[in-house]
Unconditional design. Structure first.
Length: 631
């Protein structure tokens, strides 16, 4: 071993004391931890004394607020961590804490439900496979954290063996033992915990040998991801982008092999002698390669499980966002075991399989086989928002249809109706304030505020996943009510249907669906394949009856089928019939009736209305008293 081995000493024990004066002690420890981290990063380059032999651990941390939907997310997270197959063998993984085995995770969560926040950690020891058991290591680490943070910690952990590297998930209460909120310094999360974990591993397993380090460097030479060597290269290159291997005193052959691999991917090239030209943005481009490989693996697995032969539509890094696609949902899955973010794989009607990042979108109720549409969220304000702001600025920040007509006499009633619906949606988001006589205040800087919300929403949930039909395409052929295939036959869908893959299958199923409708006397024979409006009307009425009977059974309310042209009064709510159609449910005196939803109802959700409807005339509405439920 090199002389640098003598420089390493595992640093365990108490920081300061529990009686006070801990900030300086913690600050000193974190300063040392950061310095150690920098020293380890330098050790892979030119320093002849760089190799210390210390063991390492990778720790990921996440802060989770329990307010809003946070508690539900934690409940789902604990269930996910205990899923079958994650532990050793096929059995469910089991939680443990500092003293007990077989801890009930949901009971622990119930006992900590009043916390403001929780912490999540994933701890992966670089040489964890050499440990006989992970539990003693984790308990030692958490005990050391108690010393460092000077409080008893309430935590549960579960060991996973479902990946190449065994790792442990820890969920920790956000309360100190005195009842105050537990605040952990950011540097401790990013440096201190790793320092402590590495020291424990080194104590238990001994120092790394040069042969072990050599094997680890060799394993990363052909990786399509950012490796330790890449980070060193990115730090070593100057303004010219060149690195001189003659300055690398240890493991030069590994650097040379890695550079040859990078050259094969267009990320580096020889510059003569021991000089290499490393392209700018090396780590970013490698990270993009890794993302692409992850997406490709997800798509390949989904296609394989579904038994399909499809072409994958892999993401193009030059595109700002993927386009909207309608198709069959193959799978919704979590991105990783730390976050609550997920992705969807869709067998598109264009004949390709698509991958969409969902972020933290709420996807409850969606099932594989559903016909869905994936639609990237808008990241900015619409032209309609700009028109609203323009009119409002001329009237002290207030918008109304009356002001709009004064401001622009050429505006159509149709456009005013669309703007009214948009303002109702903005009011539900508290971006504008609805006043009397359909006046909306707070519109002066609407565009800026809409764009701020849109950017935050798109970051949190980049894709909107809409269910177009709960029935599979095959089941829709013989369905009684209105289906996605019917709307496609009627020309009401915008998705282009290809001739291969799912598109080809959908075309054949649409022909079969039309033949069924002809046999039932709903569609006319001898047409070119299109479905006439009268057939859509009959199917939509059937769908309303199907939903009405089902909801009556669930709610105990009486379903009263609507008679076209008859006036009805009640509280109106939008509902989805499960086949892509939105209905208006009008409730009154423990009864309800149904009509097709109209945009004109957008601003009347949960309000009392009087309306009439027919296929020929559409919706005719008179507003009633405000029940106050939409504010």
């Amino acid at each position: 071993m090199s002389g640098g081995d003598d420089d390493f000493r595992p640093r365990l024990g108490r920081i300061g004391n529990r009686s006070g004066g801990t900030r300086g002690s913690m600050r000193a420890f974190l300063k040392g931890a950061r310095a150690n981290g920098k020293a380890r990063r330098r050790s892979s380059s030119a320093s002849p004394r760089g190799f210390t032999g210390g063991r390492r651990a990778i720790i990921q941390a996440r802060f989770v607020k329990l307010g809003g939907g946070g508690m539900g997310a934690q409940r789902a997270h604990l269930s996910y961590l205990q899923r079958e197959g994650a532990g050793k063998g096929p059995e469910r993984a089991e939680f443990y804490d500092a003293e007990r085995e077989g801890v009930a995770g949901q009971d622990w969560l119930e006992n900590t439900k009043d916390d403001r926040h929780h912490f999540r950690f994933i701890v992966s020891a670089e040489d964890g496979q050499k440990l006989d058991y992970l539990k003693p290591f984790i308990r030692d680490l958490m005990g050391q954290m108690e010393i460092d943070l000077e409080t008893r910690l309430d935590w549960i952990a579960v060991d996973h063996f479902n990946t190449e590297h065994p790792h442990t998930h820890i969920v920790m209460s956000g309360k100190r033992d005195d009842g105050r909120d537990l605040v952990i310094p950011r540097d401790y999360l990013s440096h201190g915990m790793r320092e402590r974990a590495g020291a424990i591993l080194t104590r238990d397993l001994g120092l790394q040998t040069a042969q072990e380090l050599d094997a680890k460097l060799s394993a990363g030479i052909s990786e399509r991801r950012v490796t330790g060597i890449d980070r060193v290269l990115a730090r070593q290159v100057g303004e010219t982008g060149r690195v001189d291997l003659s300055q690398v005193r240890r493991h030069r052959e590994h650097y040379q092999a890695r550079l040859r691999f990078l050259a094969g991917h267009g990320l580096a090239e020889p510059a003569g002698g021991t000089l290499w030209q490393v392209h700018s943005g090396l780590t970013e481009k490698l990270a993009a390669l890794e993302r692409r490989d992850v997406v490709a693996a997800r798509v390949e697995q989904a296609v394989s499980v579904a038994g399909l032969e499809r072409v994958a539509a892999l993401p193009d890094e030059r595109e700002r966002s993927p386009r909207a696609v309608t198709g069959k949902l193959l799978v919704i899955a979590r991105n990783d075991e730390l976050s609550d973010r997920s992705h969807a794989i869709i067998d598109g009607l264009d004949g390709r399989v698509h991958h969409y990042e969902l972020g933290s979108s709420h996807t409850a109720g969606l099932e594989p086989g559903d016909v869905v549409q994936a639609k990237p969220r808008a990241r900015g304000a619409s032209e309609m928002d700009r028109v609203i702001e323009d009119v409002a600025n001329a009237y002290g920040g207030t918008y109304s249809a009356h002001y709009h007509r004064e401001h622009d006499p050429s505006v159509s009633e149709k456009d005013l109706g669309l703007i009214r619906n948009r303002l109702a949606a903005l009011s539900r988001q508290s971006l504008v304030l609805m006043g009397e006589h359909e006046r909306f205040d707070g519109c002066a800087d609407l565009v800026r505020r809409v764009e701020e919300v849109a950017v935050r929403t798109a970051k949190r949930s980049p894709t909107l996943l809409l269910r177009m039909d709960t029935m599979s395409l095959e089941a829709q052929v013989s369905a009684q009510g209105l289906t996605w295939l019917d709307r496609h036959l009627a020309g009401e869908t915008s998705q282009q249907v290809g001739y291969s893959g799912l598109g080809g299958e959908a075309r054949e199923l649409a022909k079969q669906r039309r033949a069924v409708l002809v046999a039932r006397g709903i569609a006319l024979p001898g047409r070119s394949g299109a479905l006439e409006p009268q057939a859509i009307e009959k199917l939509q009425i059937q769908s309303m009856h199907d939903y009405g009977r089902a909801y009556a059974g669930e709610s105990g309310m009486a379903y009263v089928p609507y008679q076209p042209g008859k006036e009805v009064s009640g509280k109106v709510m939008p509902v989805n019939d499960g086949h892509g159609s939105v209905l208006a449910r009008i409730e009154y005196a423990r009864q309800f009736t149904l009509v097709p939803w109209s945009r004109d109802l957008e601003g009347m959700r949960a309000r009392q209305v009087t309306l009439s409807w027919s296929f020929s005339r559409g919706l005719q509405m008179t507003r009633g008293r405000d029940l106050g439920l939409s504010r």
